[in-house]
Ligand binder design. Sequence first.
Ligand code: DQA
Length: 148
Amino acid sequence: MAQKILVLHGPNLNLLGTREPHVYGHTTLDALNATLEALAASLGADLVAFQSNHEGAIVDRIQAARLDGTDFVIINAGAYTHTSVAIRDALAGIAIPFVEVHISNVYKREVFRHHSYLSDLALGVVAGLGPLGYEAAVRFAAQHAPSA
Ligand code: DQA
């Protein structure tokens, strides 16, 4: 069975390409998702992407992953990374391995971005590599042993 990867994008990531391009670059979310889908397909994996600006919708999508056969989650929770116990609890609750991605190097930025509610649960964290960070995460996810 193909490895099934879910990519979750949190708040404001729908603005990629126009939002603070000096921080987040010029790649749009649609272009990023298309690149990730093609990369996953080339690696024999299935990839679906979901974006929401709403914390509860992200929690709902994480919970749904437990029932839809998702093997691996890649999440950029945006600002919720630094605030959301609910997203942390949802990820802990589904017990599906995940990688945390940030486009920017959060450790080079404001102190409030240095803490993540997700990192200690994540298999790995990628920050500061721009869209390439997601590609690294997809490669990692595709070779990660599928859950039984
Ligand atoms: C971000 C970093 C967060 O601090 C910020 O709130 C975002 C994007 C990143 O990808 O670099 O929305 O997760």
